[in-house]
Design a protein around this ligand. Structure first.
Ligand code: FES
Length: 351
């Protein structure tokens, strides 16, 4: 099958194999395209084809209506070239993102602990070190299928030889109910690809940083906090972790042990009376910060919580460009593809 050459922003061309997505090929060639979900649901990877044609495949109509397609827009994580093509990246984030070459990696499970209700911590000892930015994710290959699931890395980039993942059970989920919670054992081999994602904390922050997590949305924020402390990137780090009940919380001891380094930890419960903060996690943030001017935020969790947090920070006068977010998105149905074909993996609610 024919390979096609793709040129973005006049940079060096990279080769895309038949059936491979433009995003996958670009990241493997160390060419950056901003992206988040890798499954065609967030729109971050939109780019404009200036010359040549693409197959949009299963790109969603609501993200890419017919008029946009006619105007040359495409989703890099869904589309594959039909000819050699040139394109331009869009938006202010085109040149601001982390850059580590996407690659396939393997490792061995060395820790598998139940750390909260329906939540497992995995530590995977990698065969080779993985360079990544704090906040990025990997996609685990589900054994016996062509489907992958995305999980944020909770350990800091300074520990590239092993990665920690926090995984919440999704009832009926292919990766969680069908594998990780059912049969996965210490010593088992895993294959994955990474790193992926534009959600990352890499640079010194001008003011205090507020990190808001729902459930296992804590994972990328933990990596960010540890990375920020190691490199002196922030003077104040305020970590809010929301759960329904106390048994949903975990790693509180980790964050409390960092209080002298400038980390303030606030667990928040929405369905249980206790002596800590109660209500929605965003209500706790609003109660603590009458103004967020001059601060930045990193938010990760279910879409309604992320949307509420964004509204809170805008209301509290935080600059929109300093509100960074990552949403869990619904796991798509498993896809079946012929062996050897490359389809962008599925970012999932099984995070
Ligand atoms: S739509 Fe392509 S990365 Fe989200």
């Amino acid at each position: 099958m024919t390979n096609h050459q793709v040129t973005l922003e006049g940079g060096p061309p990279f080769s895309v194999r038949h059936g491979q997505t433009i995003l996958d090929a670009a990241l493997r060639a160390n060419r950056w395209i901003p992206h988040n979900c890798s499954q065609g649901t967030c729109g971050t990877c939109r780019f404009r084809v200036t010359e040549g044609t693409v197959d949009h495949r299963d790109s969603a109509q609501d993200l890419l209506p017919a008029d946009d397609r006619a105007a040359g827009f495409a989703l890099a994580c869904r589309s594959t070239p039909l000819t050699d093509l040139s394109g331009e990246l869009l938006g202010e984030f085109a040149n601001q993102a982390p850059r580590h070459r996407l690659r396939d990696i393997a490792g061995t499970v060395v820790v598998r602990d139940l750390v909260a209700r329906d939540t497992i911590r995995l530590v995977i000892d990698l065969d080779e070190p993985l360079d990544f930015d704090a906040g990025q994710y990997v996609e685990l290959q589900i054994p016996g299928s062509f489907t992958r699931r995305a999980y944020s890395i909770a350990s800091p980039p300074s520990r590239p030889s092993e990665i920690e993942l926090h995984i919440r059970l999704t009832p009926g989920g292919l990766a969680t109910a069908g594998w990780i919670f059912a049969s996965l054992a210490i010593g088992e081999r895993m294959t994955m690809q990474g790193p992926l994602g534009s959600f990352a904390l890499t640079e010194a922050q001008d003011g205090p940083v507020i990190l808001v997590a729902g459930g296992t949305g804590l994972a990328p924020l933990k990596a960010m906090v540890l990375h920020a402390l190691e490199h002196g990137l922030a003077s104040e780090l305020h970590v809010y972790h929301g759960g329904r009940r106390e048994e949903d919380l975990y790693d509180g001891d980790v964050f409390r042990s960092l209080s002298e380094a400038g980390v303030r930890y606030v667990p928040v419960l929405s369905e249980q009376t206790w002596d800590g903060a109660q209500g929605m996690v965003t209500e706790a943030v609003e109660a603590d910060f009458p103004s967020c001017r001059g601060m930045s935020a990193y938010i990760c969790g279910p879409p309604p919580m992320v949307a509420a947090a964004v509204r809170t920070f805008k209301k509290r006068r935080m600059r929109p460009a300093l509100i960074h977010r990552e949403e869990f998105t619904p796991a798509p149905l498993p896809v079946s593809v012929p062996a050897g074909s490359l389809i962008a993996a599925e970012r999932s609610a099984e995070t």
